[in-house]
Design a protein around this ligand. Sequence first.
Ligand code: ADP
Ligand code: MG
Length: 597
Amino acid sequence: MKINTELSNTVSPQDFHRKKQLTLFAAYYRPEMKLFALDMSCAFFVALIELSYPMITRYILSEFLPDKQYAKFFVFIVIMLLGFLMRAGLQFVVTYWGHIMGANIEMRMRYDLFTHIQTLSYRFFNSNRTGQLMSRILPELFEITELAHHGPEDLFISFLTLIGAAIALFFISPKLAILVLLLMPFLIVFTMWLRKRMGRASRRVKESTAVINTELESCLSGIRISTAFANEASQANKFQTSSAQYRQARAGFYKIMATFFSGMEFMIGGLGVVAIGYGGYLIMRNEMDVVDLIAFTLYIGIFTTPIRKLTTFTELYQAGMSGFQRFVELMKEVPDIVDDADAIAVSSFDGDIEFMNVSFSYNDEENAENVLENLNLHIRQGRTTAIVGPSGSGKTTLCHLIPRFYDVRSGVISIDGIDVKRYELASLRKNIGIVQQDVFLFAGNIRENIRFGRLSAQDDDVEAAAKQADLHDFIMTLPEGYDTIVGERGVRLSGGQKQRISIARVILKDPSILILDEATSALDNETEKRIQSAIARLSVGRTCVVIAHRLTTIRGADCIVYLDEKGIREQGDHESLMAASGYYYHLYASMLEHRTS
Ligand code: ADP
Ligand code: MG
């Protein structure tokens, strides 16, 4: 089957605010209508064949058997065999293509969700851990698939067979049919009740699985530390405790499961026995014949499958719908940073940045304290501005406001005299390069990771960037060079090597504005020196905002800004700030002390 990788949304995020849940669910069926029709019509014929089998049996047993009409009898037997062969084929179509349809629906939802999540801002990801998003969404969407496929089909087949079989029962023997139909509600209520308890127990198992998984992960990733502290015994104890809890939850589940299956088999078996008992009584009173009783019990057998299916359906529906609800919730999440209708697209900036009365808080609440309060700052075009100050004073925050990772609470940030909110987000961010302390590498090879800076870059450009970032020689020492796989499943790179990859990315990106947020603070002196010269080459002719701890970086800046919790305390070049012997002077003195000690 060809894999569909077309890039378009099935349902737009706006629709999630306008339409009802069931309408939205139905909308995902629309592109799969052909498969849906195929699935349902095959399911229909499956039910039909199943229903006709006892009737045909009854017919040939009563018509051909007494007269010993061998030929006709066996012709019908062969016809029935062929009928079952056809049913097998139809069943295959239903199971295979039905699930494919469900998987297609799931894929469409996944795509809509991913593209929607991409539009959400940093604020969203601060309160939603990506790992959790992954581990929640994928299994939940899978439950939706199961519902999407089994839901309509199971309901349809079940009702069809139940009604068909009930009619047939009445046709064969009304008295016996009434008896069976009177017993039926007990069976249904009992199985549904147990199913519900089973569902609850299985949720408990799932919950404790999540707990033990975190526990296990923390124990495993902490093994080095626990051995270093010789705390293995207590760790093993802790592990065993949650492991035992998990077993306990499972034991509860198995008990209910055992009750369910044995109880259900008893009810079904009992129903058959009662039918034969009452049927035999009717036969002895000459109110029914043996052949009818045979057909009757065959229908009772058919009865039980839809009942089994319907009892699982409630659970399927609950799981699928709660998954869908969570999906809808995420789709309803409104991106708080979007383009204006008349947003300005720019190809490059001169790079003159101005903060005017900027206040900002991570917290949306009215009276939340601001991280930045009435901040005014001019970052001159083409110059290097260093921001220094104690940790937690808001340096990173300040930098994140420029590419609009967050929007200011009040005040204006402008680039080249125009409010950043007026620019098209994509073009704004294309022209700002950020190098941060922790570098994220995608699963893939080095070349792809560098090319992330500019996806259209040729291999030559990638290599040129790597050379500028002082990375090329190192890459050539790797057996597979630029094709070396990095990250989780590949080569482990040191902090400095990763850092140079991120610098190479920014070199490819070639932005007008460059932000370096403690890009080198985690590195040793030797590596830092090498990166420093790469950065120096990179910053020529660009507006550069540097947050750094190194004296050399700071001292060389055109302007130094001292920021603490109270805001900007001082700004100026190194000489003038030293002469003022204020905050910067003391900071510098303490840094000098550190260096010599
Ligand atoms: P710096 O980079 O100067 O060390 P930050 O800008 O990272 O400081 O942080 C400034 C303040 O904002 C700190 O009090 C920090 O706790 C808070 N802060 C930083 N990031 C977030 C966030 N994502 N959500 C909430 N508060 C944050
Ligand atoms: Mg910071």
